[in-house]
Design a protein around this ligand. Structure first.
Ligand code: 5GP
Ligand code: MG
Ligand code: MG
Length: 215
C-alpha cells in the first residue's frame, strides 16, 4: 500500500517502498494469536514467554498486554513469566550465517513451559540455533510464535507453531524490525527501498564496530 496513505515519521518518508502490514492489522492479528495460545496452553497453569531481542520486543509487548487482558476474564487464568534472549546474525539485509545467542538465563528456563516470541523466520537458522541451545536448559515444553514467516528460497523448513503473517521474500522494517538499527521506531511493517538500503548501509570491513550492529 502506498506510504502516503499512512502516518510515518518524516525521517523515514523517502526510505520506504510501501506499507506491507499496517499497525492496526498487526495488533488485530496478535489479538487472535493470543486467544489461540491461551486456549492451547490451558493444561498448563504457567507459561514463560521468551522474547527474542531486539526485533520481537513490540510483538512481545503487545502479546503480553492481550494475554493479561484475556486472563482477567478467565476462571482458570494462566500465570505468565517473562525471559529475554538476544540473537544476532544480520548485517545490512544479509544473514552472516553465524547466529550469536546472548544473555540466556539457563537456570530460569529449567522445567518451564516456554513460548518463544520471535519477529520473523527467514532461513529458519536462528530458530534452529535457539531451539538447540534451549534443549540444554531442559524445559518442560517449547512452542514457537513468530509474527512473520518469510517465503524465503533459503528456508530450512522450520515452521513455527504460531505465525502471524506469511510474507513475500522482501526485506521488511518497522514494528521493531531494523535495518542496521534504523526503523525500529516505525509503527507499520514496511518494505525498504533500494535507496534507503544504500543510505543506511554499513561497511563491515572499513568499520570494525559495525559487527556490533548485527542484530
Ligand atoms: P533467519 O535466521 O530465520 O534467517 O532470520 C531470523 C532473523 O533475521 C530475524 O529474527 C531477524 O532479526 C532477521 N531478519 C530476517 N529477515 C528479515 C527482514 O526481512 N527484515 C529484518 N529487519 N530482519 C530480518
Ligand atoms: Mg528476530
Ligand atoms: Mg535485525
Amino acid at each position: 500500500m502506498p506510504v502516503r496513505h499512512f502516518s510515518v515519521p518524516k525521517h523515514y518518508e523517502t526510505d520506504l517502498e510501501s506499507v506491507l502490514i499496517p499497525n492496526g492489522m498487526i495488533r488485530d492479528r496478535i489479538d487472535r494469536l493470543a486467544r489461540n495460545i491461551l486456549e492451547e496452553c490451558t493444561p498448563h497453569s504457567e507459561i514463560t514467554l521468551l522474547c527474542v531481542l531486539k526485533g520481537a520486543y513490540l510483538f512481545f509487548s503487545e502479546m503480553i498486554s492481550v494475554l493479561m487482558r484475556l486472563n482477567v476474564d478467565r476462571p482458570n487464568p494462566v500465570r505468565i513469566h517473562v525471559e529475554f534472549v538476544r540473537l544476532s546474525s544480520y548485517a545490512n539485509d544479509v544473514s552472516t550465517g553465524h547466529v550469536r545467542i546472548l544473555g540466556l538465563n539457563l537456570a530460569g528456563l529449567y522445567g518451564k513451559h516456554l513460548l518463544i516470541i520471535e519477529d520473523i523466520v527467514d532461513t529458519g537458522r536462528s530458530a534452529i540455533a535457539l531451539l538447540e541451545e534451549l534443549r540444554r536448559t531442559e524445559p518442560a515444553s517449547v512452542r514457537f510464535a513468530s509474527l512473520l514467516l518469510k517465503k524465503s528460497p533459503h528456508w530450512n523448513g522450520f515452521r513455527p507453531d504460531y505465525v502471524g503473517f506469511i510474507i513475500p521474500d522482501a526485506f521488511l522494517v518497522g514494528y521493531a524490525l531494523d535495518y542496521n538499527e534504523h526503523f525500529r521506531d516505525l509503527d507499520h511493517l514496511c518494505i525498504l527501498n533500494d535507496e534507503a538500503k544504500a543510505k543506511y548501509q554499513v561497511s563491515l570491513t572499513s568499520n570494525p564496530m559495525a559487527a556490533l550492529l548485527m542484530s
